[in-house]
Design a protein around this ligand. Structure first.
Ligand code: UTP
Length: 300
């Protein structure tokens, strides 16, 4: 079983990052030196995706340009003998990978964005990656971990993570029946529940492997939480008909849709970056000493 198609919903308004996202896409924000969407694309390709389907909105042309060939830039880099940089630019999209761009005219929600991808996905199982959830997989990328589960069970798989109950109302939350360690069949799924109504602390994060049945269900999903067509609501209908697994991935997720999560990602990826690691580590160590000396609240 192969999953050839990956969908990237990138049509959200990114209001939490205004004004940075006023005229450009949240998914183009860089973590150190690569935009979030490039990490997401690399993860999809590592899990076997060959066709990348971007659901875009206004001000998202930069995403299209990023994955397009940049003839002038490449010629300029070649003329200046900047071979390493030329390779970096050429490696953005490996050979044999195709991109499709679909416009979501109105930001009616994640569910609606996924529905917009239907003509390009057709009748195949596919994956969905939300680029603002940057996941550093422990041994292998998160989607590749999920791909293994999908190979074994042949059903939809959704990435999940235990979160603090104080944060639970920002997530889709699942109640599961255990299947194996870190794997459960979803019995109930609710979008953004109040803390007291949450069925567990197991939250859905931005990676999904779905069967095409989801499209028919999305078509008849009314607006839900925040007045948006929620993917969670269609998944709730799907669990009545098909097995949907919740998989607790191994690795660390950075919520790059929030400013704090984005800053944390930049620090962690900076500390691992081959060109920056040593100097940046020294800088952070010096800064920690300074902060410790200053004591709580920054006062001496
Ligand atoms: P978010 O819930 O993070 O919304 O969307 P957002 O608009 O991007 O950001 P904020 O909350 O206003 O700051 C989760 C994912 O779903 C996509 C987003 O691009 C993001 O990848 N999305 C959301 C769409 O593609 N279309 C939509 O209508 C809504």
């Amino acid at each position: 079983m192969r999953m050839r198609k990956a969908v990237f919903p990138v049509a959200g308004l990114g209001t939490r990052f205004l004004p940075a996202t006023k005229a450009s896409a949240k998914e183009m924000l860089p973590v150190v030196d690569k935009p979030l969407i490039q990490y997401a694309v690399q993860e999809a390709i590592s899990a076997g995706a060959e066709e990348l389907i971007f659901v875009t909105g206004r001000s998202k042309n930069s995403i299209m340009d990023h994955f397009d060939k940049a003839y002038e830039l490449e010629a300029e880099l070649a003329a200046r003998n900047k071979t390493k940089l030329l390779e970096t630019v050429q490696e953005i999209l490996p050979p044999g990978i195709t991109c499709i761009f679909i416009r979501q005219a109105e930001a009616l929600g994640l569910g609606h964005a996924v529905l917009c991808a239907w003509p390009a996905v057709g009748d195949e199982d596919f994956s969905v990656i939300l680029a603002d959830d940057l996941i550093d997989g422990k041994l292998r990328p998160c989607l590749a971990q999920m791909q293994r589960v999908y190979q074994e069970y042949g059903t939809s798989v959704i990435a999940c993570e235990r979160v603090a109950m104080d944060d639970i109302s920002s997530y889709g939350v699942v109640e599961t029946q255990p299947v194996a360690p870190g794997l459960g069949e979803i019995r109930r799924i609710v979008e953004k529940p109040k803390k007291e109504d949450a069925p567990s602390n197991l939250a859905v994060v931005g990676r999904y492997i779905l069967t095409p049945r989801i499209f028919k269900l999305l078509e008849r999903t009314p607006r839900g939480a925040n007045g948006e067509i929620q993917l969670t609501d269609a998944i709730s209908a799907m669990i009545q008909e098909q097995t949907v697994l919740a998989y607790e991935f191994e690795g660390t997720r950075y919520d790059c849709g929030s400013k704090l999560g984005y800053l944390k990602a930049n620090v962690e990826y900076g500390l691992k970056h081959p060109e920056l690691a040593t100097e940046f580590r020294e800088y952070i160590a010096g800064m920690s000493q300074h902060l410790n000396a200053a004591g709580p609240g920054g006062k001496k």
